[in-house]
Ligand binder design. Structure first.
Ligand code: SF4
Length: 347
């Protein structure tokens, strides 16, 4: 059973803990010398993240959704400093991660943690739980004499027991391994956690337990999450706000209720219509996307979504729309911020 949905609370008055400013992360694919010589080919560039400006407010969960390959995980890793940006910057508590006046990386590692998709490959198979969590505790400055008690406390908090401390990752189920990943993330006493598809390798019943655990920990420790998922039902339960990514860019973001009740971007509308439902009328209204996802090596000109969009207009193939605010009345009667990147909504 899922805990109360996170989107019902509001964090509108909280300050941003994390912000990205026109963040770009491109990867260069080196062509072989032979291909360059014979075909005159140049190195190709994958535009994994291509100009993302978002804010994550203190104490909130921002859900980041989109199809596989849209750049969600690259954005998450760049936000915690695992990738140096090609352009733009990330700010954590107002300080840049890169360049002049940047936050020291050791301080960032303590305050910003990541929970990975595959709990098995993210845990060292040759280390016991004591060693895995001990490394994170040492990074926080916890002395060797105090680490056992701290580790046991963390294991209990994530639903494991004292007797698990000297076991190896292969001796746990997938759900238990993800709990170890959560305990390791908590060990540095972070303010911010990127959860990168933390449920996708787990059974549905275990997914619900991990969602509940993450929500409880958020309340208890005042954590801020960037929750990356391709599952819009999970994003709905976890998130105060949701941002939708397509080909390296955010195409829409809003408070969760607002986005799910009134999606404005045709891509968001298609994603939401594809949520499995027992309701026959919902299934009949499913929007089928045309074509396949274009490559981020050579994204379409104009609006990147235009080859698959059933509303495309001549301008869509020529001009790239900006992400602009659209004022939408929320249920409370207060106008709230809803951002969308689509010519249909640019006045
Ligand atoms: Fe569709 Fe045009 Fe909007 Fe792009 S800008 S989503 S092609 S209507």
């Amino acid at each position: 059973m899922l805990a109360t949905s996170n989107h019902q609370g509001t964090r509108a008055h909280n300050k941003p803990l994390v912000a990205t400013e026109n963040l770009k992360k491109h990867f260069t694919i080196e062509e072989s010398l032979l291909t360059k010589y014979l075909a005159g080919a140049k190195n190709r560039v994958v535009r994994a993240v291509d100009g993302v400006s978002i804010e994550i407010l203190s104490g909130e969960t921002l859900g980041l959704v989109g199809e596989s390959g849209c750049g969600k995980s690259t954005l998450g890793r760049a936000i915690v400093g695992l990738y140096e940006p090609t352009e733009g910057n990330v700010h954590f508590q107002g300080k840049p991660l890169w360049g002049q006046g940047s936050i020291p990386k050791t301080a960032l590692r303590r305050q910003a943690q990541i929970i990975f998709q595959n709990p098995y490959s993210s845990l060292n198979p040759r280390h016991t739980v004591r060693q895995i969590i001990g490394v994170a505790l040492a990074a926080r400055g916890v002395g060797p004499q105090d680490r056992e008690a701290e580790t046991i406390g963390l294991l209990r908090r994530v639903g494991l027991g004292e007797d698990h401390i000297d076991r190896y990752p292969h001796q746990f189920s997938g759900g238990q391994r993800q709990r170890i990943g959560v305990a390791r993330a908590l060990a540095t006493n972070p303010k911010f956690i990127v959860a990168d598809e933390p449920l996708s390798s787990l059974d549905v019943s275990v997914q619900a337990q991990i969602i509940n655990l993450l929500q409880e920990l958020q309340e208890e420790y005042g954590l801020t999450y960037l929750f990356i998922t391709h599952d819009l039902r999970v994003a709905y339960h976890m998130s105060h706000r949701v941002a939708v990514m397509y080909l390296g860019q955010v195409v829409e973001s809003a408070d969760t209720d607002m986005l799910y009740e009134n999606p404005l971007h045709p891509y968001t509308q298609a994603l939401l219509s594809a949520i499995p439902s027992v309701d026959a009328s919902h299934r009949a209204n499913r929007i089928l996307l045309e074509g396949t996802v274009p490559t981020p090596i050579d994204p379409p000109k104009g609006c990147r979504f235009h080859p698959r969009c059933r509303h495309r207009m001549p301008i869509c193939e020529q001009e790239e729309p900006n992400l602009v605010p659209v004022q939408t009345p929320a249920r409370t009667g207060v106008a709230k911020k809803h951002l969308v990147r689509c010519h249909l909504h640019i006045g």
